[in-house]
Design a protein around this ligand. Sequence first.
Ligand SMILES: NC(=O)c1ccc[n+]([C@@H]2O[C@H](COP(=O)([O-])OP(=O)(O)OC[C@H]3O[C@@H](n4cnc5c(N)ncnc54)[C@H](O)[C@@H]3O)[C@@H](O)[C@H]2O)c1
Ligand SMILES: O=P(O)(O)OC[C@H](O)CO
Length: 330
Amino acid sequence: MRAAVIGSGAWGTAFAKVLGDAGSEVTMWARRESVAAEIRDQHGNEGSLPGIRLSKLITATTDLAEAVDEAEMIAIAVPSQTLRGNLADWAGFFPADATVISLMKGIELGTLKRMSEVIVETARVAAERVVVVSGPNLAPEIAADQPTATVVACTDEDRARQVQHALATPYFRPYTSDDVLGCELGGAVKNVIALAYGMASAIGLGDNTKASLITRGLAETSRLGVALGADPLTFAGLAGLGDLVASCSSRLSRNRTFGEHLGRGESLEQAQAATRQTAEGVKSCLSIRDLARAHSVEMPIVEQVEKVCHEGADPRVAVKLLMTREMKPE
Ligand SMILES: NC(=O)c1ccc[n+]([C@@H]2O[C@H](COP(=O)([O-])OP(=O)(O)OC[C@H]3O[C@@H](n4cnc5c(N)ncnc54)[C@H](O)[C@@H]3O)[C@@H](O)[C@H]2O)c1
Ligand SMILES: O=P(O)(O)OC[C@H](O)CO
């Protein structure tokens, strides 16, 4: 198949590699000509994925129209909060029948929309043409051909199966799902829980604390998902528990790393200066908190992460507040 990948950061690059290794012809879009030229001429992207070699069949351009020309699949991996503005410029170039694949894990500030909803609304693409790919998918590990699994979610089962086949490689095993909402929420909320995990880690808290954070983090993710109409079983799967465990336990996770900076007492600005790539949970903790409040769902960990990130709260005080909440059954 012919595929375009928009966004040449860590995940866009690793995903292009998967598509290429699975047999598609891939054109990537990069913002900077230096990145496009490096992918095209040197088959690498040192700034985002040091040491990774890409197939010579993967090419890149800074011209969006050229990137998506005749594409049957268009995968998007840009920061969640820029997507709406990006699509306003880009959507006119998308071929009418192309499948649009969302790789992003965030909730839009203000509108509280999921990325697939932003795509449907802004690119005027029917919901059944939008596929979400989400799971325990740390880009550097995938780019190094380390085996993992993922979920390909779409309301159109045939389209999900088509993308599943277009992504299958010996190191990347996709499963299909029709629970687009659950998969997207799992991916967005785990970033916030990974921030909390990073903070706990930096404070020096132990494995019981971390296991409690993962488990109760998953409980609040599922609570929000069920309130919004997701399948509760999705949260026990790759796009729920799988992704949560990967991000919390890995030093490769940008969200966990960002949380560690905050846990060491750095301010939001200091943590931002120390980390370069996208840590979606930092902004999505605000939108997820607002989404939960709008649906009267309690998300105490998300609430505390927001306070540490944006209100200057001390992570140690956040832990104390979580531990002294009203007693209740599990
Ligand atoms: N890195 C991973 O392991 C991973 C895995 C799964 C999902 N994701 C998700 O994929 C999305 C992208 O993450 P990433 O890891 O590729 O981030 P990244 O920071 O490595 O790359 C982001 C890309 O977006 C581009 N970009 C930045 N601002 C932009 C703007 N205003 N307009 C257009 N493009 C802009 C950057 O140039 C870069 O190419 C996020 O939602 C993330 O949660 C990441
Ligand atoms: O590096 P993070 O924290 O953005 O996590 C990357 C992926 O979402 C893991 O599945």
